[in-house]
Design a protein around this ligand. Structure first.
Ligand SMILES: Nc1ncnc2c1ncn2[C@@H]1O[C@H](COP(=O)(O)OP(=O)(O)OP(=O)(O)O)[C@@H](O)[C@H]1O
Ligand SMILES: [Mg+2]
Length: 315
């Protein structure tokens, strides 16, 4: 049992994963500090899950170095796995077993005494709001309930690092907010969180720091607020001119000058990155361009993501 964990708890340098000729993770460097909540953000196929699996010591790296809790996953897989809570992207519960028994079995696998497993399972069923489904077979749970059970299972061994690969995909908004609250409490209690997500609000709520990855490489790193400051404008004006006209009027919109730092053409709307959305809108309308709808908002991580990867997250 490790008593005091030195920071950082995860160090990756030139971490690489190749599948044959294909490079899924292309020499990335990052560190995760004890107690921090660290995010991996990136479009489909960016290499997030591959990175998570290498950290979790279930997939071997093909290059570079990796240390998890001061140990090399290559040589200390079991020791690392015993200190990690893992929520994989795809639920891999035992479908024939009851919800409670899935948790108990998992705890037994880590060598915890049966009585401890029972007690912990009840606590975690409560944590996942599944107490009334404790006796239900996994196959009879809804998708969101399975997800919650997988998350609960990941905590059976009271991990130092909790790895969550798209934890809230498929959860309803209420369950999602409850989970955020629970994760926040775990973090307050000192658990390190490593999270991948496609939800920008989730990343903004949960992550102290994150990396944006694309094609296996890191595009940017920082806190959500940092990244927004560095890669986006203060405000965003969203205007719609009808699907056929958006691209057509983009140049005219861009011509409003300093009020349009950048214009992004999406299929359904134009995004005008601007220091002042209301004034930008006045300027657009003043030039005889009349959007069918308009909206001014603050910049978000979504905008950072779009800027860095050229893709929107939810397409
Ligand atoms: N076992 C494998 N064999 C071959 N290629 C793989 C394998 N696992 C992943 N890949 C490839 O590696 C790349 C990265 O996959 P990965 O699952 O890490 O992406 P991701 O960022 O988690 O994407 P998503 O957001 O869709 O979950 C993809 O191009 C994928 O096809
Ligand atoms: Mg993935």
């Amino acid at each position: 049992m490790l008593t005091r964990v030195p920071a950082p708890v995860i160090t990756a340098s030139s971490l690489t994963k190749r599948y044959g000729e294909f490079t899924a993770v292309d020499g990335i460097d990052f560190e995760v500090t004890a107690g921090e909540s660290f995010g991996l953000l990136g479009p489909n196929g960016a290499g997030k899950s591959t990175t998570m699996r290498m950290i979790s010591a279930v997939s071997r790296r093909t290059g570079g170095d990796l240390q998890v809790l001061g140990l090399d996953p290559e040589t200390h897989g079991p020791q690392i796995r015993s200190q990690l809570g893992v929520v994989p992207q795809e639920d891999n519960l035992d479908p024939d077993m009851r919800a409670r028994d899935n948790l108990i079995m998992y705890g037994r696998y880590f060598g915890l005494p049966r009585a401890v497993c029972r007690e912990r399972a009840e606590e975690l069923l409560e944590f996942a709001q599944l107490t009334d489904k404790a006796g239900a077979k996994v196959d009879d749970l809804s998708g969101g309930m399975k997800r919650r059970l997988t998350i609960a299972r990941g905590l059976m061994n009271t991990p130092q690092i909790f790895m969550l690969d798209e934890p809230t995909t498929g959860l309803d908004p209420q369950a999602r907010h409850v989970l955020w609250d629970r994760l926040f409490r775990l973090k307050e209690a000192g658990t390190t969180l490593v999270i991948t997500t496609h939800y920008m609000d989730e990343a903004e709520q949960l992550c102290d720091r994150l990396i944006v990855v694309d094609h296996g490489a890191i595009m940017a790193e920082g806190s959500p607020a940092d990244l927004i400051r560095r890669y986006s404008s203060r405000e965003v004006l969203e205007v719609r001119f009808g699907s056929s006209r958006n691209a057509e009027v983009a140049d005219d919109v861009a011509a409003i000058g300093a009020l349009a730092e950048r214009v992004e053409v999406l299929p359904d709307r134009l995004l005008v990155y601007t220091p002042d959305g209301e004034r930008a809108l006045e300027e657009v309308v003043g030039r005889g361009l009349h959007p069918t709808t308009s909206l001014v908002r603050r910049s978000s991580l979504e905008d950072v993501f779009l800027r860095l990867t050229g893709r929107s997250l939810v397409d």
